[in-house]
Design a protein around this ligand. Structure first.
Ligand SMILES: [Zn+2]
Length: 320
């Protein structure tokens, strides 16, 4: 019998080898957990979730994670050796606290340490862009289409712009823990001030809200990105055309920096903005104009794991 409050998506009763990896995707409304059979197979043994109930405060959220893990132990008959946790926001590289999380009760809190104290096992925390990149590298579109890739760059373009570098199947975190955070590279003054304290960051130009803001600046109309994209596809609205052309131009310019610096084997583009088809035609052309090479060879892929990438990538954080 399942306990109240948990929504269980899958339980496969079997007797797995002791290679199981455990991941938690900590979101603003749900905490989702998965146990994967192994890093190689990526097959879920248990997948279940519980409400975050963030309004009840930080300690309660930590308690919800612990309860979820107990429930996963009960359902699987297994014990975790370590837990990977993915969450939106940025880990302060010095303080090891979370910032810029949309689950605001987590901001400024040492989530990793508090969970390790409570669970008495190692906890590895990473932001959602890193988890996305890791999951796609192991089981998603890059794995299917470029199986020999050693370096995968994962981009998330949505409300914010983030990225993650996966090298030989592991996240490359860097000295400050910010490797891949290209959303706050300087791109163009026209983006204006960014919440990070600088101006003209990639995020201020090619995120969803920035794109909507640019359109509104042209027309005085505050419409959703989806509508702008529809009008662009219809060719019915010159402002929509200008907005998406600009997005593609700056996408190519922004990604050219990634390509010149890292030259990844494949780039996978997730998030709501990443879904816009023009990025893969006009955006790719723009990339060709800005990289230090005659033409673009790096495959630019749409992701294939959908909403599962966060929790699967969290599990991959603790693969041996
Ligand atoms: Zn910024």
């Amino acid at each position: 019998m399942l306990k109240r409050g948990f929504t269980t998506l899958a339980i496969i009763k079997k007797n797995p080898l002791n290679q199981a990896i455990w991941g938690i995707d900590l979101g603003g409304t749900k905490v989702e957990g998965v146990i994967l059979e192994s890093i190689t197979s990526g097959v879920p043994i248990v997948r279940t979730r519980v409400d975050t109930e963030a309004s009840q405060g930080y300690d309660h959220v930590v308690g919800q994670i612990a309860r979820l893990i107990s429930e996963m132990e009960r359902q699987s008959g297994l014990k975790p050796r370590a837990i990977g946790i993915g969450t939106p926001g940025v880990l302060d590289p010095t303080l090891h606290t979370l910032k810029n999380s949309n689950t605001t009760v987590l901001n400024g809190k040492p989530v990793q340490k508090d969970l390790e104290d409570r669970l008495q096992i190692p906890v590895v925390l990473a932001n959602d862009a890193n988890c996305f990149a890791l999951a796609e590298a192991h089981w998603g579109a890059p794995k299917q289409k470029v199986p020999a890739a050693r370096m995968v760059f994962g981009i998330i373009m949505g409300t914010g712009v983030g990225g993650g570098i996966v090298m030989d199947g592991k996240i490359w975190n860097g000295r400050h823990g910010i490797a891949g955070e290209w959303g706050h590279n300087f791109l163009d003054e026209s983006g204006g001030p960014c919440y990070c304290g600088k101006t003209g960051c990639v995020e201020t130009i090619i995120s969803g809200p920035s794109t909507e803001r640019y359109y509104a600046g042209l027309t005085g109309d505050h419409i959703k990105l989806k509508e702008i994209v529809t009008r662009y596809a219809e060719g019915s609205d010159p402002a929509a055309t200008k907005t998406i052309d600009r997005l593609c131009h700056f996408f190519g310019k922004g990604v050219s920096v990634i390509t010149n610096m890292l030259d990844p084997d494949v780039i996978v583009v997730g998030g709501g903005v990443g879904n816009i088809d023009a990025l893969y035609s006009k955006g790719l052309e723009a990339l060709g104009q800005f990289i230090f090479n005659n033409g673009v060879e790096v495959p630019l892929l749409k992701p294939s794991l959908g909403d599962s990438a966060g929790v699967f990538g969290a599990a991959a954080l603790v693969a041996e």
